[in-house]
Design a protein around this ligand. Structure first.
Ligand SMILES: Nc1ncnc2c1ncn2[C@@H]1O[C@H](COP(=O)(O)OP(=O)(O)OP(=O)(O)O)[C@@H](O)[C@H]1O
Ligand SMILES: [Mg+2]
Length: 379
């Protein structure tokens, strides 16, 4: 199995550790956008036990999905591809129609992963469940290009880090599967850690090199293949970017992997609104902040031929995090000035309203005066 991008199909798993941080919304909207840009795209609901990608896409869940594939051996994986109302976008539903699939076997997982690699598309996006269980991590490790979605809240950041840590060590174990000596060594390395003394990939590799340099080099080559990318969601202030950078530093220090930033999305109520209207925001309101930000993410993907290595304009910003900071500052200040304009507009609306009311009041007083005069004359 695995892992660097094969053929022209790019598989992009979307995970994050924590629930409710926007994995499904990102999957649906990025899928819609890549399709709008003319790329054949498939979004796959792999959140077994919690499938809801259909509702983020605004489609009815009436077709067989991954759950049916697991329970009916006669069903071909390809037959799960369902059309969507959006250009170039197909959808593979999860397990809403079949209950009890979260505990899938290793063989079933392998079968899904093999079939995903065979899909005919430019991009295959995988909506994964919350948590860092082996099932979720194994789906994440189908490609080296997984996205880690997190909000800037401490709980979400900690979950994102734990998810990455599990992914890195699971990947390392898989590199040496069948080599029981190395597996035992790795297990001991991880077990011997005490609280406050986190396991570090660099020290594991040095300890390994003392025993066998070749194996240590092999491990290093494997680790270097992993290139997860950060999507910071629900950003409310430019300071939120600091927490993204802290996560990058921690990943760099303890896990020794590159963790570039792919994009940021501000906290925007229009997402919830789009959900109620049963349409992804990318289709209903592409000019909203979220729409523009998801377009940026899509552009970075399609314009990076070596994705997940990002093709960035290094003369304009030092790294992907600085670009993210510029994007956030830009969007948040535009949002702020729109809100200021809005409140100015409502202030001037109020002033106009008072003027009209005053004029009306004057008219009424004049009218009352005329009526009084007329009545007096009559009297
Ligand atoms: N940038 C955002 N601004 C405002 N609301 C958002 C944003 N991103 C996501 N949401 C909202 O947060 C909620 C959770 O989003 P979503 O279902 O995509 O999360 P998830 O990570 O897939 O959750 P789960 O782990 O339960 O599958 C939804 O109501 C969604 O509309
Ligand atoms: Mg979800």
């Amino acid at each position: 199995m695995v892992i660097t991008q094969r053929r022209d199909t790019k598989i992009i798993p979307i995970a994050g550790g924590k629930g409710g941080i926007g994995k499904t919304e990102l999957c649906a909207n990025l899928g819609v956008r890549l399709g709008q840009l003319g790329y054949r795209t498939v979004v796959v609901d792999l959140d077994l036990g919690g499938s809801n990608l259909h509702s983020a896409l605004g489609v009815k869940n009436k077709n067989p999905g991954v759950g049916n594939f697991l329970s009916d051996r006669a069903l071909a994986f390809e037959s799960l591809l369902s059309p969507t109302p959006y250009d170039n976008l197909q959808f593979i539903p999860g397990d809403v129609l079949v209950a009890g699939t979260p505990n899938i076997t290793y063989a079933q997982k392998r079968s899904i992963l093999r079939n995903l690699e065979e899909l005919e598309a430019d991009y295959v996006l995988l909506d994964l469940g919350a948590g860092a269980s082996n099932n979720v991590v194994d789906f994440f490790l189908v490609a080296n290009s997984g996205l880690i979605v997190t909000s800037p809240h401490v709980g979400a950041i900690v979950n994102a880090y734990s998810f990455l840590k599990n992914a890195v060590f699971r990947f390392l174990f898989r590199a040496f599967s069948g080599e029981s000596d190395v597996e035992k060594f790795l297990r001991n390395q991880i077990k011997e850690r005490r609280p406050g003394n986190p396991v570090k990939v660099s020290s594991v590799l040095s300890a390994m090199a003392e025993i066998d340099t070749e194996q240590a080099l092999k491990a290093k080559r494997y680790i270097d293949l992993l290139q997860p990318l950060l999507v910071l969601n629900m950003v409310r202030s430019a300071d939120d970017l600091n927490i993204g950078e802290s996560l990058r530093d921690l990943v760099d220090k303890n896990l020794s992997i590159t963790f570039d930033a792919l994009g940021m999305i501000i906290h925007d109520e229009s997402l919830a609104g789009a959900h109620r209207a049963h349409k992804p925001v990318m289709a209903a309101n592409p000019d909203s902040f979220v729409g523009i930000e998801i377009d940026r993410i899509a552009q970075k993907i399609v314009q990076s031929p070596e994705f997940p290595t990002l093709a960035l304009e290094k003369s304009l910003y030092a790294d992907s995090y600085e670009l993210l900071r510029i994007e956030a500052q830009n969007d948040l200040s535009t949002l702020q000035s729109e809100q200021n304009e809005e409140s100015l507009r409502s202030e001037s609306d109020a002033a106009e309203f008072i003027e009209v009311l005053t004029a009306q009041k004057k008219q009424i007083q004049e009218l009352q005066g005329t009526i009084r005069m007329l009545t007096m004359r009559q009297g």
